[in-house]
Design a protein around this ligand. Sequence first.
Ligand SMILES: Cc1cc2nc3c(=O)[nH]c(=O)nc-3n(C[C@H](O)[C@H](O)[C@H](O)COP(=O)(O)O)c2cc1C
Length: 299
Amino acid sequence: MSIDFCGLQLPHRIVNGSGTFDAIAARRVFGEELTSNFPFAAYVSKTITIEPRQGNPAPRLWEASAGLINSIGLPNKGLLGYLREDLPRLVDILTGGERQVPLITNVMGSTAEEISRLLEACGQRDEIAALELNVSCPNVKTGLDIGADPYQLEQVVRAVRPSTTKPLIVKLTPNTADVALCALAAQEGGADAVSLINTLRATALAPPGAHGGERGRWLGAGTGGLSGPAIRVVALAQVSAVAARVEIPVIGMGGVRSPADARELIDVGATLVGVGTESFRDPAAAGRIAAGLQAMRNG
Ligand SMILES: Cc1cc2nc3c(=O)[nH]c(=O)nc-3n(C[C@H](O)[C@H](O)[C@H](O)COP(=O)(O)O)c2cc1C
């Protein structure tokens, strides 16, 4: 079975959520086992920005009842560092012999000009199959809240769209009044696909006696984003609402832990399904979910 996604022919429907599976680190740990059995149909990089970023102050993680709050803050080597250092390593992991796993590079900028530069530079590289634009990360104070406003989102997507001929996926924010309107705005602006959901804005107070951050909050940045099982039903509602409104393909994610979870997102209209937080608990999760899904009818 082959799945068509924006012209890419994929062997199955499971991809990773950006920032939740470090393929370079995984290769160091798992070696050839990772490359010969790469679990994802396409690999999404963590978010890349123009300048290198250190990320947020510690603590950066809080385990909630049925999920994880993170305020990692998008640490990355910046555009040049990514292209020079990470891209060749990723290509080495994703391609070779029979292996041809498409690479989707996820980018974020705080202005249309910055985003255009990122899309143009990455779009010129043959090694990169598609681009994902993160307009939704709630962890970065200076980040793109524009993803929460349909009008601004459409303007930005329209402005940056000509910067690349590669498929452009817009990763929507769930922290908005009407996610389907935002998805429509992305489509109108020229997006080839949308992905959702990113993390839901969340916070945690420092336990009594622990050294708290700002106003007794646990996380160094004060707030973070919730992911994992707790958000699965929110993802189901939002993916369903979006898929009913747009004509472009949808990548659905949020709290997926099993083939049945993935199947539900497909049943409400997702073409591909992202596995995120579950990969931290079990690095083999995506392979297990992809195999289980394929064993189901119309997987
Ligand atoms: C530790 C961590 C880091 C993440 N980093 C990014 C990122 O760099 N860019 C991005 O667009 N989304 C990022 N996300 C969001 C995920 O890609 C995904 O949208 C979200 O976690 C929901 O899926 P899940 O519940 O399966 O984890 C991150 C999530 C986590 C938990």
